[in-house]
Ligand binder design. Structure first.
Ligand code: TMP
Ligand code: ASP
Length: 238
């Protein structure tokens, strides 16, 4: 598959066109950002680990009926993906209270959330991705009720699958962010990446932080933690 010119460069990835108009190449960079890129660094090997972890998770989800843009890994840090139009809504699914939820609402950290909480954020860097409600989404015509309902149900199904996937590997899935897109036939597909950059992952026994909070909160090296996540999830899909 020939990689052509970049069509979009984000904070952690570059999207390239290919000679097939229905397919893109996704390249994972080593750039790390937090707080809407107010904090920045280049962390060698991060892109490679995120690509490998994400490929493993997309394959697992696909084997459980979750359609996504992921086609296959092309190299250590490149995916072939289906071209989708990203719906500008970031869904955050929370199983345990942490991060902005605690800050915003004064909720005690580590409080269990059952049933899981689904939040919607407007994907707009220039506005710092504000939280918003389904009514805002419909008013702004970002998607219709039926599509949002489908996305929400899919997000909760993904949460169930990922919670047990990580739990079997000694990791607690605290919360995570998902994005969805529409393919040329109008199908809603899971998109972007699922990696420790966009998930909170805690070691089940030690509660050690194995995700990008290490960088956000200056908790020490990130790469050994991402390597440990990869070590625990590689191998046969179950
Ligand atoms: P938060 O507690 O800061 O709102 O983050 C919730 C989850 O979403 C956490 O697992 C990190 C992820 N996330 C992203 O992937 N991108 C973002 O821009 C933000 C703010 C959070
Ligand atoms: N993804 C956001 C950024 O790049 C924020 C975060 O992940 O904390 O700045």
């Amino acid at each position: 598959m020939d990689k052509k010119s970049p069509v979009y460069e984000g904070k952690a990835k570059i999207v390239y066109a290919t000679d097939d108009p229905e397919l893109f190449v996704l390249y994972f960079k080593d750039d790390a950002t937090a707080f809407n890129a107010k904090k920045k660094a280049v962390i060698e090997k991060k892109g490679e680990l995120n690509a490998k972890i994400s490929a493993r998770i997309f394959s697992y989800l696909q084997s459980h009926g979750i359609g996504s843009h992921f086609v296959k890994a092309l190299s250590d840090r490149e995916f072939l993906v289906k071209k989708v139009d990203i719906i500008p809504i970031e869904l955050v699914i929370r199983n345990i209270a942490a991060g902005s939820l605690c800050k915003r609402l004064g909720i005690e950290e580590k409080k269990a959330i059952c049933p899981p909480l689904v939040e919607y954020y407007y994907k707009r860097d220039d506005l710092d991705d504000p939280i918003f409600s389904p009514d805002h989404i419909f008013f702004m015509e970002l998607c219709d009720r039926e599509t949002l309902d489908r996305i929400r149900k899919q997000a909760l199904k993904i949460n169930d699958l990922l919670q047990s996937f990580f739990d079997e590997r000694g990791i607690t899935l605290v919360d995570f962010k998902l994005e969805f897109g529409l393919d040329s036939q109008g199908n809603v597909l899971l998109a972007d990446e699922i990696s420790p950059d966009g998930c909170r992952l805690w070691d089940k026994e030690t509660q050690n932080i194995m995700d990008k909070d290490r960088f956000r909160k200056d908790l020490g090296d990130l790469i050994p933690a991402y390597e440990e996540v990869y070590r625990r999830i590689e191998g046969d899909i179950s």
